[in-house]
Design a protein around this ligand. Structure first.
Ligand SMILES: Nc1nc2c(c(=O)[nH]1)N[C@H]1C(S)=C(S)[C@@H](COP(=O)(O)OP(=O)(O)OC[C@H]3O[C@@H](n4cnc5c(=O)[nH]c(N)nc54)[C@H](O)[C@@H]3O)O[C@H]1N2
Ligand SMILES: Nc1nc2c(c(=O)[nH]1)N[C@H]1C(S)=C(S)[C@@H](COP(=O)(O)OP(=O)(O)OC[C@H]3O[C@@H](n4cnc5c(=O)[nH]c(N)nc54)[C@H](O)[C@@H]3O)O[C@H]1N2
Ligand code: SF4
Ligand SMILES: [Mo]
Length: 704
């Protein structure tokens, strides 16, 4: 029997796993007790890594669409067709006519991250989209505007804080996001064991809220008012303390004048939380020496996502808990993406570019994914004619997925890299079959830069490539070479890691790839430490507390307050949720993860259900401006009155080749979310707070 150690690359938690196997026969997958970050923790999804590897439905050969369905072709033919199509379309319509969509798994795969850069350089397209604009773009915008670099994203120092305020995140289920913190349950309990406090602000009493000391319901999309009121209280009670950043912050007066009008008494009726409670939280955090406000998905994917994430930083800074033990801190990763694109000394604040059709902001050089369909459908210079979708499933993951799917029919050429024939890739002309989690080598470049301890870890591949698949990085390297008309680069992800480690601040301590290979559980580089002075990228190394883009956006907030738009036709606000046993759209074909009760239910409050005469288990139709779905209800007081919740990532189509997933009859929340609902400041989709109406279905209409 052999034992293989690696990091699970499904979600951001970075759990170390121990796999016992005899050749291809897996005997067990367990948590690696010796992993310095995860300390033996895993979730049910890690065990399913074997299901994705062995899945019969998985793609095992390049495919070409023909009149008689998909046909297997050689890699050479797949590359030839793709590159000649790209070239032909770019020649006829310009470089931007070939677009790229990057899905979430790219961030979990070092090969993709490393080889996308040269590929994009060669493809020369400005039509770039990714899952980031349906997720965390506001975090990047706040980082760029305040600290000078999109990747300077602070993480809560969970292991040392004494007051954790969680807004719009459910880490007990998601295992943490923009905060790689495996074993989150124990870590939260430790806060309480050392006398600390956890408070959750969420329109749903979530699994995390159930473990917290306090949970407060908040009306969806009003969080920005809550945070403004917290800051108001800090000023009012003379609690501003900048600690070691006292000489390093500009714009305090502007913030003071802004928050004046947002007293707890003013915001309370708008957000649904009593003024007294708001004051108690602000003062509780001011008086705790180590306190941190952590905001995530629920705040970044709403109409005021940018303001929410900006004010989250502002609150943590003014409360003396930024770049300091127990507050928001910055990892000092061994491979630091910022060293590869330092901005210091360069002129900042070029104004942000706008997208062609809807004139939306293009942060990170990306067009907001909510406008993908528009950019395909709208004629004129720069219209998208071809799309390369790498590890993405926008038909299920982007707002108004039905519109995205229809737009795909207008494309001259769609090519996808995926492990499955999905709701998206089934429309492709060419599909590249990629390797999955157990077949790749991994050094987690993205998430070790978001981890709550400094760690370095490398995992070699465990299994050979399945069937006639290729690694994503090989696909990208081959495409780059053929676009250039040259031979493959000869580089491997390991070579990049080796080079990056040579430039690392830890190189002096002897950290290199050889050493990482000798330490399969990973190497602990210690707790987070104060380091912003070295890492900040603004020209004068000053934190900009009040950037103009945010100040300007406050006007949009002011006009939206008290606006009753749409409430009569669509009386409910819909929010999303995640389930422990699935990850986004792609894990639903694991029988292990998909068995059991239907998790794709519409949660509704008992008072609302009574008014509509609905019981748990009955079916309703849910309609928004853009679409309608049918769903089974779950009547529960864990959701706020007036709010309903559907999980994200569901809705596998019978037309995909994922038989287990398709048999579940689930629905896609993104058939209801609205591509026009967007945070205009950052371009991020507002998938939370969507206005819907609900109708009870008679028995005969109820088969969803
Ligand atoms: N309404 C609503 N919409 C949401 C969200 C929400 O909360 N509510 N969440 C958003 C968030 S946070 C995210 S990150 C996005 C995710 O959106 P996407 O990234 O579009 O979707 P995923 O399901 O993560 O996976 C994309 C595809 O990658 C394939 N895949 C998996 N592993 C690999 C691999 O190693 N290589 C290759 N080539 N392919 C692979 C999968 O089969 C799948 O088809 O969805 C967003 N959409
Ligand atoms: N099991 C599992 N884990 C995952 C994933 C998965 O699909 N399954 N996906 C991974 C990905 S890609 C990501 S980005 C992370 C996301 O990780 P989290 O940010 O923890 O995401 P969610 O669980 O969607 O939690 C969002 C919370 O925001 C709340 N919310 C919605 N609207 C509002 C609002 O207006 N205000 C407030 N205050 N709260 C609101 C919702 O009720 C929900 O509890 O999870 C990752 N981990
Ligand atoms: S929590 Fe995330 S990283 Fe850990 S085992 Fe589960 S899916 Fe893998
Ligand atoms: Mo995400």
């Amino acid at each position: 029997m052999e034992t293989h150690y690696r990091t699970c690359n499904i979600c951001e938690a970075l759990c170390g796993i121990e796999i016992q196997h005899e050749g291809e026969n897996i005997i067990s997958i367990k948590g690696d007790e010796k992993d310095p970050l995860s300390r033996g923790h895993i979730c049910p999804k890690a065990v399913a890594l074997q299901d994705f590897y062995f899945d019969e439905d998985r793609l095992k050969s390049p495919l070409k669409k023909t009149e008689n369905g998909f046909e297997e072709i050689s890699w050479d033919e797949a590359f030839k067709i793709t590159v000649s199509k790209f070239k032909e379309i770019q020649k006829a319509h310009g470089n931007d006519a070939v677009a790229i969509f990057l899905g979430n798994p790219n961030a979990h795969n070092m090969g993709n991250l490393l080889f996308l850069r040269p590929f994009l350089k060669e493809l020369k397209t400005r039509s770039r989209f990714s899952a980031s604009s349906v997720d965390q773009m506001p975090h990047h915008v706040a980082a760029q505007e305040m600290l000078g670099h999109t990747l300077l994203n602070p993480v809560p120092d969970l292991d040392r804080t004494n007051y954790l305020l969680i807004m719009g995140a459910n880490p007990i289920v998601s295992n943490g996001s923009m905060m790689s913190s495996p074993d989150i349950g124990k870590r939260l309990r430790s806060i309480q064991d050392r006398g600390g406090k956890i408070v959750v602000i969420d329109p749903r009493r979530t699994e995390t809220a159930n473990k917290a000391d306090d949970h407060l319901f908040i009306k969806p999309e009003t969080d920005v008012l809550f945070i403004l009121a917290l800051i108001h209280v800090l000023f009012e009670k003379g609690k501003i303390r900048l600690q070691h950043l006292i000489e390093s912050v500009s714009g305090i007066e502007e913030i003071e004048s802004i928050v004046k009008e947002y007293s707890p008494e003013y915001v309370a009726p708008l957000i649904g939380i009593e003024a007294e409670k708001i004051r108690a939280i602000a003062l509780g955090m001011a008086d705790a020496d180590k306190a941190v406000l952590y905001s995530r998905m629920g705040l970044s994917t709403q109409t005021f996502g940018g303001l929410c994430l900006w004010l989250t930083n502002v609150f943590n800074i003014l409360n003396g808990n930024f770049d300091r033990e127990g507050g928001m801190m910055f990892p000092s990763p061994a491979i630091d993406p910022i060293t590869f694109s330092p901005k210091k000394g360069k002129p900042k604040h070029k104004s942000v570019l706008l997208s062609r059709v809807r004139k939306l902001p293009k942060y990170l050089g990306e067009i907001p994914s909510s406008s993908l369909a528009d950019e395909i459908e709208t004629e004129g210079e720069g219209q998208i004619k071809a799309l390369f979708c790498v590890a993405g499933n926008p038909v299920l993951s982007v707002p108004n997925g039905t519109k995205v799917e229809k737009a795909f029919e207008k494309l001259d050429f769609l090519v996808c890299s995926d492990i499955y024939l999905t709701e998206t890739s089934r429309h492709a002309d060419i599909i590249f079959p990629a390797t999955s989690g157990l077949e790749i080598s991994q050094y987690d470049i993205t998430f070790l830069n978001l981890a709550i301890r400094n760690i370095a870890k490398y995992s070699p591949p465990m299994f050979p490539k399945k069937g006639n698949t290729m690694h994503d990085w090989e696909i990208l390297d081959e495409l780059t070479a053929r676009l250039k008309g040259e031979k493959r680069s000869g580089l491997t992800p390991e070579m990049y890691v080796e080079m990056a480690l040579q430039m690392s601040p830890y190189a002096k301590q002897g950290l290199n790839l050889k050493k990482l290979k000798e330490h399969p559980h990973g190497i602990d580089l210690g707790p987070l430490r104060t380091c912003l002075k070295e890492r900040i990228q603004t020209d004068d190394e000053i934190i900009v507390l009040a950037p103009n883009v945010f100040l300007d956006d406050l006007k949009r907030l002011a006009t939206s307050i008290n606006s009753e738009k749409g409430q009569n036709d669509f009386p409910f606000q819909m929010i999303g949720r995640r389930v422990l046993r699935q990850h986004n759209t792609w894990t639903h074909n694991s029988h292990r993860l998909s068995k059991g009760k239907n998790e794709c239910t519409l949660m509704i409050h008992p008072a609302d259900a009574a008014r509509l005469n609905i019981d748990s288990g009955e079916h309703v139709s849910v309609t928004s401006r853009v679409g309608e779905i049918k769903a089974e209800t779950k009547v529960t007081d864990e959701i706020m009155e007036g709010v309903v919740s559907l999980p994200q990532g569901f809705g596998a189509s019978k037309k995909s080749n994922m038989k287990i997933a398709a048999a579940q009859n689930s629905v896609s929340i993104n058939d209801l979310t609205d591509d026009l609902r967007i945070d205009l400041l950052t371009g991020n989709a507002a998938v939370n707070g969507v206005r819907v109406k609900i109708l009870k279905l008679e028995q005969s209409n109820a088969t969803a």
